[in-house]
Design a protein around this ligand. Structure first.
Ligand code: HGY
Ligand code: MN
Ligand code: MN
Length: 412
């Protein structure tokens, strides 16, 4: 049977969704539970309804659309996330959710009744805008850190309860989500690579072998606030200069030590923040990644050690708190083999690669077999308004997803 997705319909949906949450700097800002995110959720539910899929939302706000199968469960889950980073792109996460919807619409239109039910899923707060990465998929899999959740400190400064106000979601309902979850036979996620390998090699399909591990810290250098004009340079205990030295030396260390290591200082706040006061405090984030656990731990030790050495030399104090950590995660070898068989049947060029970005698939891998299909990010850009794809690449990725879903749902 000639089975293929409808790329015009898929493109129309992604372009429409991409307009929800457009911000003034040409990107998209749709953090979970923001007005824009609530609009995107409503948009998805409308599309799921039009596709006659059974809609449900669990206690963490994860949205599901089910195509019934001969059995009630286990389900085959396929999707990604709708939320974005602030001033992010239109394709991170959304390609996976809308391609999954398009596959289920196509399966239905072809009159295929799957043996196992198929469910589209859009996970809440994959980006960790609120309280650490993967809030929705961790709630679904029962792998949340309850202590961090109850601490309720969010990246927006206001407590979690305030952000959840009016959404019908609460701490308790988030913690209950795992009890509502069906058994999952497999999880598949189509996603943009967010790196440049596929685009540089002009290859339309990436099969992910492993997803990198991550440690995210909130850290602080503190020194002495004093007058910018009267304090001699050699007498200063300038918190920003401590951070600046760490930024240069730590990024050099990672770059020199290990080509698979990644260190990013993505957010900095100086106090008191006036131009005529020497910063007495520098609050910042450290996003450290590596695909091998031992290397991640080794880099962590070296960077924290370097920060402590700088603090002593400059008469500063250094504090840090690990706020989120995700282990390097191999994808299911069985699903990878299935993907490879089907991508060859389709005669699409492909590469196998490690994902430098984190994904819900590495959380689902804790409870089921998980696999990812990548499509190229033009110039490797992502988490930015310039995020872009080629529609012909998405068509290939979605057709591969379709073939594997039909295989899994009818004969796993
Ligand atoms: O941060 C990540 O790697 C993912 O985009 N949330
Ligand atoms: Mn993503
Ligand atoms: Mn992302």
């Amino acid at each position: 049977m000639n089975l293929a997705i409808n790329i015009q319909r898929l493109q129309r949906d992604l372009e429409e969704l991409g307009r929800i949450g457009s911000d003034l700097k040409g990107g998209v800002s749709r953090p979970s539970f923001s007005q824009a995110d609530l609009e995107a959720r409503a948009w998805l539910k409308k599309r799921l309804h039009e596709a006659s899929l059974e809609i449900r939302e669990d206690g963490a706000g994860n949205i599901f659309g089910r195509l019934r199968g001969k059995l009630e469960e286990p389900v085959i889950l396929v999707g990604s996330h709708l939320d974005t980073v602030i001033n992010g792109g239109r394709f991170d996460g959304t390609c996976g959710v809308v391609s999954a919807l398009e596959c289920l619409r196509t399966i239905q239109e072809k009159g295929i009744v799957p043996y196992y039910p198929l469910e589209v899923v859009a996970f809440t707060d994959e980006e960790g805008n609120i309280i650490g990465d993967f809030l929705g998929s961790r709630a679904f899999t029962g792998t949340l850190n309850e202590e961090i959740l109850r601490r309720g400190q969010t990246n927006f400064g206001q407590p979690l309860q305030n952000i959840l106000e009016g959404t019908g979601i609460s701490l308790e309902s988030i913690l209950r989500a795992k009890n509502e979850a069906p058994k999952v036979l497999a999880y598949l996620e189509l996603h943009i690579e967010q790196g440049e390998l596929l685009d540089l090699e002009a290859v339309p399909i990436g099969l992910v072998t492993k997803i990198t591990g991550k440690r995210l810290y909130q850290a602080t250098f503190s020194g002495q606030v004093s007058h910018a004009g009267t304090t001699p340079m050699e007498l200063r205990r300038d918190a920003f200069i401590g951070l600046a030295e760490l930024a240069v030396r730590a990024t050099r260390l990672v770059a020199a030590e290990d080509e698979d290591g990644r260190l990013t200082i993505g957010r900095v706040q100086l106090h008191p923040g006036s131009f005529s006061s020497i910063p007495g405090q520098a609050d910042f984030t450290l996003d450290l990644r590596h695909p091998e656990r031992e290397n991640l731990i080794d880099l962590e030790k070296k960077i924290i050690g370097l920060a402590q050495e700088i603090a002593i030399t400059r008469g500063l104090s250094f504090y840090y708190q690990l706020v989120d950590s995700t282990e390097p995660t191999p994808m299911s070898s069985r699903l990878l083999a299935l993907l490879e068989e089907e991508v060859r049947n389709l005669n699409y060029p492909y590469l196998k690669l490690i994902s430098g970005a984190g994904h819900d698939a590495q959380i689902l891998a804790k409870i089921t077999e998980a696999a990812m299909i990548f499509i190229p990010s033009i110039n490797g850009l992502s988490h930015s308004p310039e995020e872009a794809i080629r529609w012909e690449d998405l068509e290939k990725g979605a057709n591969l997803l379709l073939q594997v879903l039909v295989r899994l749902a009818t004969s796993f």
